[in-house]
Design a protein. Structure first.
Length: 310
């Protein structure tokens, strides 16, 4: 698969009814032929993209009839992006559920959902190659690169809007398995702390801050080990890194998390056999076209690690 984008002239694009309500960053990715998200955000941040003649933010929702200025873009990779047949087959085998509207994928850890930040392709690019009959296939939500498990995908714009509305209205259940460092004081607890994005160079992370957006996570203890606790975490809101930051704020960092726990602790866990972050989206309940429950089994690498803790 070769991704080459080449637009040498400024273009004015009118937002049609079927794109109304879409975020600007997602609209641009589609309109500019699947550019890496990092480049999309840079175009917005530098003011090269305008909505009705004004600067706009990536999260801005577009209205029918809006005029979007698309800047000249030339992006041609020196080498074509080739997705190996092994990776294509790996994702084909990772489909947990599929109907005529959507699918749920068991995303492997280490695979980003989008290209960018030095990555030439992500899950969405692989799905476009696997599902050429669905040119508008899109992700209903995201998982961190280091997180595995249930990832919901819509086959067209109408389905995607329905899925995103269901997430916003808490009509879909999304739960994770996480291994926390330490032992919570109660068998169930809730963390309600606002989160704010902080960027330092190329590194971005979330901070607990009163200036941040509301964020709420519910935790339930499943099993205790000598140094760890296995929990089920349900993010009621959907902030970036929410489970990881809320766990760390309680002094119970997610095991294997290189961003929100001490580097020495992460290194010690790697040496003891945990080669990735222990966070897995294991449960997803859909409400359309009918009540559907999808479960992603705990990967062997994580299962083997907790078996050693017993």
């Amino acid at each position: 698969m070769e991704k080459t984008t080449h637009h040498t002239q400024v273009r004015q694009v009118r937002v049609e009814d079927d794109r109304a309500g879409q975020r600007l960053d997602n609209f641009l990715q589609h309109a500019l032929g699947g550019l890496p998200r990092g480049l999309v955000y840079r175009l917005i941040r530098t003011g090269q993209v305008r909505v009705n003649g004004k600067r706009a933010k990536a999260m801005q929702r577009l209205l029918s009839g809006d005029e979007v200025r698309l800047p000249p873009v030339r992006q041609a990779s020196e080498l074509p992006v080739r997705i190996s047949s092994e990776l294509l087959e790996q994702l084909r085998a990772a489909v947990l559920y599929q109907d005529q509207y959507q699918l749920v994928l068991d995303k492997p850890a280490g695979l980003a959902v989008h290209a960018g930040s030095g990555l030439r392709f992500g899950v969405i690019d692989i799905l476009r190659e696997l599902l050429p009959q669905y040119p508008d296939v899109a992700l209903a939500h995201r998982l961190d690169r280091a997180t595995s498990g249930c990832l919901l995908v819509g086959f067209n714009r109408e389905v995607l809007l329905r899925q995103q509305q269901a997430f916003r209205q808490h009509q879909l259940e999304k739960r994770y398995l996480a291994l926390l460092c330490g032992r919570p004081e109660t068998p169930a607890f809730e963390v309600n702390l606002p989160l704010l994005k902080s960027s330092q160079g190329k590194r971005s992370q979330m901070l607990v801050s009163e200036q941040g957006k509301p964020a709420r996570t519910c935790f339930k203890v499943l099993e205790h080990y000598e140094h760890y606790t296995l929990v089920e975490a349900e993010p009621v809101t959907g902030r970036t890194h929410q489970i990881r930051v809320h766990a760390a704020a309680m002094g119970l960092a997610v095991a294997g998390d290189p961003l929100y726990q001490k580097p020495a602790d992460c290194k010690a866990q790697q040496q003891s056999g945990l080669k990735r972050m222990f966070l897995h989206a294991h449960h997803l309940r859909l409400n359309w076209p009918e009540d559907i429950l999808v479960n992603a089994p705990l990967p062997d690498s994580l299962r083997n690690f907790i078996d050693k803790q017993s």
